[in-house]
Design a protein around this ligand. Structure first.
Ligand SMILES: Nc1ncnc2c1ncn2[C@@H]1O[C@H](COP(=O)(O)OP(=O)(O)O)[C@@H](O)[C@H]1O
Ligand SMILES: [Mg+2]
Length: 304
């Protein structure tokens, strides 16, 4: 006797025990180059964390490794989802378990329209989750009409026109449309943990606001988020409880939202000097104010 899947397929959210994503002493390399050098981070369902850091510090590497990108090799440490290592799991299995990654550079899939793509991916995830919870029952996908209703509802939150559904995935999409597409996919898949890699890059302020609203509408006890960003700007809209700063493949500072603000004013060189003086200086991309104060410091210490 088939059991009807709930519209969200949501056996993951709203459960009484909260899930935890633990990154433990993670070391990783690509093409023999060591990129991550011992990352430790725990995210509980319901929490919003921000990972900040200049370009090249290893943020995207961390995101890709969380999703199981084959190019990166984990050399030490572990990633645990509710105590279970995900390192040996394929990316789709990780998605079934509730991980979701919004890419910094989404790819186009010509010939696959948005509605079909979302229905296929949502069904695959819901089926796997349903079968894990009910190993002896037969999964029945929700009717198309029900799926469409949910889709239209979520698209409304993201202020996406209905005509979007018929377009080919990411083909000819503007930067803002690609990001909205990803947040829409996230809304349809209902992950336990979402990792958003530079979701703000290339967005104007209006698009940023809409994307952030789309994320905020999903926040709640069932979702843990890791927002990866270079700039503090996005964090004005998606407010993290925890802020971490990565330099040269390590988290060198942890704090609350005030850390992001301080970083915005004082710059990454300040974080390095304050928390990781042994690390090489970070690539120069320092706010004007910090550059000015740094100039003073440098002339005092006689450095260049
Ligand atoms: N495919 C690759 N081959 C070689 N080096 C890479 C590759 N991908 C990333 N890197 C290097 O890894 C480091 C971290 O990159 P990345 O994780 O993209 O940083 P971020 O996202 O913080 O800008 C950089 O020095 C980058 O050059
Ligand atoms: Mg990156």
């Amino acid at each position: 006797m088939p059991i009807e899947a709930s519209p969200g397929g949501g056996t993951l959210r709203g459960e009484s025990t909260l899930s935890t994503l633990e990154i433990k002493n993670l070391h990783a390399k690509i093409e023999d180059k060591e990129i991550l050098r011992g990352v430790n981070l725990t995210i509980n369902q319901g929490e919003v964390h921000a990972m900040m850091g200049v370009n090249g510090s290893g943020k995207s590497t961390l995101a890709y490794i969380l999703m199981g990108h084959p190019a990166y090799e984990v050399t030490e440490g572990d990633i645990l989802l509710d105590g279970e290592s995900v390192l040996e799991m394929e990316p789709d299995e990780r998605a079934h378990k509730g991980l979701f990654l919004a890419f910094q550079y989404p790819t186009a899939i010509p010939g696959v329209n948005v509605a079909n793509f979302l229905r296929l991916s949502a069904n695959a995830v819901q089926k796997a989750r349903f079968q894990e919870a009910n190993p002896d029952a037969e999964y029945k996908a929700p009717p198309v009409a029900e799926f469409r209703k949910r889709l239209v509802e979520k698209m409304g939150v993201l202020k996406m026109d209905r005509s979007f559904m018929a377009r080919y995935l990411n083909e000819g999409f503007s930067g803002g449309e690609k990001k909205r597409m990803e947040i829409l996919q996230m809304a349809m898949l209902e992950p336990k943990f979402a990792i958003m890699d530079e979701t703000d890059s290339g967005l104007d302020i209006d698009a940023l606001r809409i994307v952030a609203e789309g994320v905020n509408a999903q926040l709640g006890p069932g979702l843990g988020v890791l927002v990866i960003t270079h700039y503090q700007r996005l964090l004005e809209y998606i407010k993290p409880q925890f802020v971490h700063v990565m330099i040269n493949g390590r988290i060198v500072a942890d704090g609350g939202p005030e850390l992001a603000k301080e970083l915005d004013v004082k710059g990454y060189d300040w974080v390095r000097a304050e928390f990781a003086p042994e690390e090489a200086p970070v690539a120069a991309e320092t706010p004007a104010l910090a550059r000015a104060s740094l100039g003073v410091k440098q002339s005092l210490t006689g450095r260049q």
